[in-house]
Design a protein around this ligand. Sequence first.
Ligand code: GLA
Length: 345
Amino acid sequence: MKTRSRLLLSLFASIGLSLLMGCGKKSESSAPAPAASGAAPAKIKIGFLVKQPEEPWFQFEWKGAEAAGAKNGFEVIKLGVTDGEKVMAAIDNLTTVGAKGFVICTPDVRLGPAIANKAKQNGLKLITVDDQLVGAGGKFMSEVHYLGMSATKIGESVGTALAGEMKRRGWAANETGVCVITFEELDTARARTDGAISALKAAGYAAERIFKAPQKTTDIPGSFDAANILLTQKGDVKHWLICGLNDNAVLGAVRATEGRGFTADHVIGIGINGTDCIDELRKSKPTGFYGSMLVSAPQEGFNTSEMLFKWIKDGVEPPLDTRTVGIFITRENFEAVLKKEGIIP
Ligand code: GLA
């Protein structure tokens, strides 16, 4: 054992020495030198784990991660982790295949301590994206590197845009209701819907006409069901404003209003993400889904994985907390904005 560890030590020392000697700007951007055996050098591998692999948002994050891999010469292992067991198994699998770290949007933020511990035990670097980990006592694990939306601000822009469009259409306040599809157990979701509500109130909207409809699952069926319950209770509302955690929250609610005969003229839904409403905005006939606050998912995937790679390869620790902002898209401008952001070709 001793001889082996000495051997390893001297191997590391000589690698360190050659890095020190040959570490010009060039070697930083290019792949590591081929091994003495002549075999192709192994690429650094990172995992990119997402809670809802079927959601376009996460598929666009993966695209961005792969673009960062192609640019920097690292490999991205994409894994869908829909529950806690899958997360733990994925971290072990990453270790087995020699990955050096992973980016994760966890299916449950309360898995935070378990994820951070396992990453540490397995010697993997960890960056969280979108949903910030929560530790003991319900506090954010601010010691774990995180990149995500400025949730409150983005929610506020949704509220302001809803109020503005309602005013433009001249809807009477006492005939209008706000359907807020909520998912309050997730902090970033709560911050977004709270932001929308506070901006609506700031624009003069009456608090008693703002109705929360909690969704059980963060997908279209989940918000469809939540909205249907509310629509049944509030049969006298003539015009609906709709907001929620993301595009799918709003899409489900818009489908529910359609089921009750509301047309685009009586519904203003504004989502968040901008990635999950492309087909909707492309429909030849406008629907109640009016627009979305677009945040660049490819950029988030690119930046988190590149930060992780540089941390692994060069020891450059990323900032602990990075926030991204949104751009408002509607049927008028979405093609141009999405093209510019590299989301559609
Ligand atoms: C959460 C949502 C996603 C997306 C991201 C963005 O994870 O579930 O749809 O909005 O936040 O940070």
